[in-house]
Structures are given as structure tokens and as C-alpha cells.
Design a protein around this ligand. Sequence first.
Ligand SMILES: C[S@@+](CC[C@H](N)C(=O)[O-])C[C@H]1O[C@@H](n2cnc3c(N)ncnc32)[C@H](O)[C@@H]1O
Length: 281
Amino acid sequence: MPTAEEIREAQRVTWAGLSAGWEKWDRVIMDQLGPVSTALIERLGVAEDQHHLDVAAGTGEPGLTIARLAPKGRVVLTDLVGEMLDVAARRATAQGIGNVDTRVCSADDMPFEDGCFDSVSVRFGYMFLPDMAGATAEFARVLRPGGRLCSAVWIRPEENPWTTIVMQAIAAEVPMPSPAKDAPGMYRCATPGQIAALYTAAGLGDVDEWDVPVDLVTATPDEFWQMMSEHVSLAVAALQRVDESGRSRIRDRVVEAAAAFERDGRIHVPGMARCIAGTKH
Ligand SMILES: C[S@@+](CC[C@H](N)C(=O)[O-])C[C@H]1O[C@@H](n2cnc3c(N)ncnc32)[C@H](O)[C@@H]1O
């Protein structure tokens, strides 16, 4: 079992490498994940003077959307990886959002005082943290009493064809060992109630979880392949294990599978996320 620092170091390398893909495919990614932000923001109850913390904020969501809703407030975007936050800062500038700060730090050790935020969000970050329970205790620590924590994770692969069609195409080329139990990865938090139990153990109340559908829309099957092979952690890592001719066969399989999801002249590949909300009492 790798140590916490080894996990963080592997995550730093992975996400520094993926940041260019996330910036390139920003519009498609934001459209796909937008419904999850909407669901999280509804439960956060954002006021115009909200002081909000977005953890594992990556390229800036949902933090930048919250900053727009809280023009008299302030949003702090944190992430382990400076390259991802650099993209977030460029997006903030491009959108004319000035009430945000970025801070490189790990979710389980944050340089903030107790009770200094009205709300905390973690969209698709939990599954990469070395110590999910320790991080949840940190989120509870920095929340003021009455403050809300909302996070999102992916549910099981069977309900996320947008990743499984790529993973099945890769598995037809090279053996894909099952990830070690509790190893960081996209589907590590898929078990119902898993994150809710961490909230409860950290002393949060009113804990609730619900599923939110997403739709990955691309112009063509080939565009689907391009974006998946350039920004999805699971796919990018697996593709490093094949040579050029293997990659070309995988591409052909993915393009054929994605074509089956054509609707109204575009490719719509579905998925399902889970949102978890709780309140600090
Ligand atoms: C899938 S991205 C999510 C980005 C953004 N929240 C979104 O939904 O678009 C996962 C992010 O988790 C970050 N991350 C991984 N390990 C972390 C850690 N220990 N502490 C903070 N962030 C971490 C990665 O750098 C990456 O930016």
C-alpha cells in the first residue's frame, strides 16, 4: 500500500499532465458536468456575500460559478496541483471574475482557520485523496456552524458508458488489472452511503445523497475519442500501456462504440454522478 505522500505525488504528476487536456476540452467538460454543479449549488444555499471554499477545484468548478453568484463574497479555489489552478485563474480572468483566490494545498491539510467558510464544495475530488476521512474532518473544521458541505463522486462504471466504452476498448488490447481496494481512482467512491458515512463520522448532520445524470456531448465519434484520450485520468493512464498500433485499434473501437450514441446529429454518451450534502451543527 503506497504512503499518503506517495499517493499525493502520483496525483501531482497525473493532474499536471492532464491540465492541458482539461483546458483544451473546457467547453465540452463544463457542459457535461454542469448539471452536477447546479445540483451542488442548490444545496449550498449561496448568499451574495458567501465565503466559499472549493476543494480539488482543478480548473475552477464549481467555485467560479459560485463566485459569480456571490459578487460581495469571496471564493477560495484549492487544489494539490498548481497547473490545474493556473487554468482556473485563466478561466476566471476570461470570465471577468475577480472575487476568487487560488491556493495550492492538499485537501487533508488546509491552511485555513477553524470555522472561516460558509460553505465547502468538492466536485469529483474525493476519490483521489489519500485520507478521505481525514479530509472530511478538515472540511468540517473550516466550516462555520450551520455551513454546508456538498460533494460529488462517480457511481458505478456500468452507469457511466462515457468511460466504460473507452475502458472496454482498451481491455480488448491489454489486460486491465482491477484497481486495488481503496486505491485512488474514478470509481473508488461508488458504493452508496460511503461518503455520507464519512460526513456523519466527521460530525455533520442533515446528510443526504442523490444521483444526478450527465450527458457528454461531442460533435462526432472522433471528437469523443480525442477528448477522452486527452483528459480522463483512467483512460490516459491505461493508454500509456499500449503502443501506436494498439492505440489506433482502440481508437477504431471507441469511435464505433460512440457512433451508437448518435442523436440529432451529435454524440450523447450518458453517465451518472452522486451528490452528497451535509450541514455542520
Ligand atoms: C477530476 S478533477 C476535478 C476538478 C474540478 N473540481 C471539476 O469538477 O472540474 C480532480 C482534481 O483533484 C485534485 N486532487 C488530487 N489529489 C488532491 C489532494 N490530495 N488535495 C487536493 N486536490 C487533489 C487534482 O489535482 C484534480 O485537479
